[in-house]
Design a protein around this ligand. Structure first.
Ligand SMILES: C[S@@+](CC[C@H](N)C(=O)[O-])C[C@H]1O[C@@H](n2cnc3c(N)ncnc32)[C@H](O)[C@@H]1O
Length: 221
């Protein structure tokens, strides 16, 4: 983390710098959120039974291995986003993109979106370990407003965040912990919870982090 990074006076620019720095200073396999096999996410995604050309949006994707897994599963229409351009550059350099697949890379801030506002008809919104960094009410509101704007009727949402027993910080930043009821409340009654489970993730260091994984489906527009 930056020596001069003061969490109490953070700006969007500080966050962008913070995350770019995180991806530049160490190999992705050492990051405290690296997954060799993003099994819980891929299993939830497969359970949605979407067509392979469904539009999958990965919010705050970083350099996740999930995209390679999705391509291996035959999904061909993927949008990845992150606030850190270095993360998406790393992600792209690690991918072998099949000719029939389309991947769109969007560097943008989920809590102050511009390019992301152009998205539409998303079939599946996937977020692992991103929403929990938005500790301010206004950041959370903007995030959920964006989700509801871009997601199709009957679209799916996967949110995987630190649970109430989980860590209070990650990457040196404060986090906002969730349980399934809190996520349901933020989405509202027009979203049906299809699955939810707690999951212990083991970091490359061997330490563990407690997550809640949730899968929702939108009922209508
Ligand atoms: C803990 S990492 C998780 C990365 C990825 N989802 C995964 O599971 O490997 C959090 C990610 O959220 C991104 N991020 C943080 N704040 C963001 C924001 N406001 N808008 C978009 N991405 C953001 C970071 O750059 C980082 O890649």
């Amino acid at each position: 983390m930056d020596k001069n990074f003061d969490e109490n006076k953070k700006t969007a620019y500080d966050f962008e710098k913070h995350w770019n720095n995180a991806y530049q200073k160490s190999p992705i396999t050492n990051l405290g959120w690296y997954e060799e096999n993003p099994t819980p996410s891929i299993e939830l995604i497969k359970s949605c039974d979407l067509p392979k050309n469904a539009l999958i949006f990965n919010a705050g994707a970083g350099a996740t291995t999930l995209i390679a897994q999705l391509l291996a599963e035959g999904y061909v229409n993927i949008v990845v986003n992150d606030i850190a351009s270095s993360a998406l550059t790393e992600l792209e350099s690690n991918l072998q993109q099949p000719k029939n697949a389309q991947i769109q890379y969007i560097v943008d801030d989920l809590t102050n979106p511009s390019e992301l506002l152009k998205l539409k008809n998303v079939d599946l919104w996937h977020d692992r370990a991103v929403l929990h960094f938005f500790t301010e009410e206004n950041q959370q509101k903007v995030y959920f407003d964006l989700l509801k704007k871009v997601l199709k009727p009957k679209g799916f949402v996967i949110l995987a965040e630190f649970n109430l027993e989980g860590a209070k910080k990650c990457s040196g930043l404060d986090v906002f912990n969730y349980n399934e009821e809190m996520l349901q409340e933020r989405l509202g009654s027009n979203f049906e919870m299809l699955k939810s489970f707690n999951y212990t993730y083991t970091q490359p260091s061997g330490n563990t982090r407690e997550y809640v994984y949730t899968l929702f489906q939108r009922k209508s527009a």
